[in-house]
Design a protein around this ligand. Sequence first.
Ligand code: SF4
Ligand code: FES
Length: 247
Amino acid sequence: MRVTLKIWRQPDAATAGAMHTYELDTVSPDMSFLEMLDVLNEQLNAAGEEPIAFDSDCREGICGMCGLMINGEPHGPEVTTTCQLHMRSFKDGDEITIEPWRSDAFPVVRDLCVDRGAFDRIIQSGGFISVNTGSAPEAHSIQVPKEAADRAFDAATCIGCGACVAACPNGSASLFMGAKITHLGELPQGQAERDNRVVSMVSQHDHEGFGGCTNIGECTAACPKEIPLDVISQMNRDLRKALQHGH
Ligand code: SF4
Ligand code: FES
């Protein structure tokens, strides 16, 4: 396959960026999207040019490190992560635009890499439990209703990739936060800090410069883990209750 790539290049956060065009004619449909970028980088290296900076780690769809805006869609045209997207999703002769996540709360570090430290700081503000659970308990010693366990498990599949923020016209991280709050709020171990958690996380979210949710739903459509929109309702219910409790 031959593809034309229009890629955002930006040396650092302080310098203006621009789209650059590259032609690649050695693309196999079986390559992953990131392998295709590896091939381009090998060519740039061989020509003595700066390779394109982009993030990845597991390349198995589980770590949340990768994330590119591909033809204007977070993670591209399929419901998957950028690392699990394959070139068979494109056609010979296609032109593909590749940009970093666009959000004030995710400043560009270099080329396609953005700083998602804001997510870490939201988690540090309350996305944890601090009860001492001791060593691994016997599986049935703390009973959790099946429905709650399933909902917690589904919410826990959020990998923190940031596609929801990139997709949202308001730049809101509500789907990410709703996933974390639902995950912990459905489980007995998450109850002690439930009120504090939601108040702290929402406050940190707003402090980081993310926007508010207006129920547009682009986040859930872009989410590679199909986190449902109603985790945001659960977060809002938890917030209302916490405020009623005087937090
Ligand atoms: S909710 Fe989905 S899109 Fe948002 S960070 Fe989690 S996995 Fe990524
Ligand atoms: S590199 Fe880990 S999810 Fe894509």
